[in-house]
Design a protein. Structure first.
Length: 219
């Protein structure tokens, strides 16, 4: 049987971190003197740091302060590393897919200690074939590079892969990479937005996907 790849975003898809990111970004912006609504931050979560800052503050901001804001977010978010909560059945889903013969690859903007903390939360290292992290690509989602890098690591063509994510940026990246896209609602993005961005199927969370695996694109 030909190899198949199940590529997963991590934040908001396997680990319940999106709102922790929102809080950390909100505080980082506040420390830099910017009052921004949390919903605006939430809609931008999943973008690379510079793109997120540009989306929230606009292109006419003082770009010299981007690194400062990004560093503040990183430090604030880092306080949660020892207790990041995996979403229900996230680890079981990855183990089931690996047992079914899928090559499971993570495609995430996280790297270093953050990625280690996320993997500890998921607790399914034996099921994960490889990880495409921020350090492996020049452009993050919604560019297709993270998904393409994951496929390269898996050694699987796009037509034999499925990408699972929770944001509009995930769906756009997967679509541009030519893979089938599955969305989960646990990141807090509306179903209609995810479908419009390219989701072939939408589930509540990893537990819902696992419970309905037989009728899913990951069957």
């Amino acid at each position: 049987m030909e190899a198949r790849a199940a590529v997963f975003d991590v934040d908001g898809t396997l680990v319940d971190t999106n709102h922790l990111h929102v809080t950390a970004w909100w505080e980082a912006f506040r420390q830099a003197g910017h009052r921004v609504p949390m919903h605006a931050v939430h809609r931008a979560v999943g973008l690379p740091s510079t793109d997120l800052i540009a989306r929230v503050l606009g292109e006419d901001r003082d770009e010299d302060r981007d690194d400062e804001i990004s560093a503040a977010h990183k430090a604030l978010y880092g306080q949660y590393f020892d207790r990041l909560p995996a979403l229900d059945d996230a680890g079981r889903l990855l183990k089931r897919l690996a047992g079914d013969g899928w090559r499971v690859v993570l495609a995430t903007s996280a790297s270093g200690p953050e990625l280690s903390a996320l993997r500890r939360a998921i607790d399914a290292d034996d099921a994960i074939t490889a990880t495409a992290s921020a350090e492996d690509v020049t452009r993050g989602k919604p560019a297709p590079e993270p998904v393409e890098q994951a496929l390269e690591l898996a050694g699987v063509p796009a037509e034999r892969a499925v990408f699972v994510g929770d944001t509009v940026w995930d769906m756009r990246a997967g679509s541009r990479a030519g893979v089938r896209c599955v969305a989960v609602l646990c990141g807090g993005i509306p179903r209609a937005d995810l479908t419009e961005a390219g989701a072939d199927a939408v589930y509540d969370d990893p537990a819902d996907l696992l419970g309905n695996l037989a009728g899913s694109p990951l069957a």
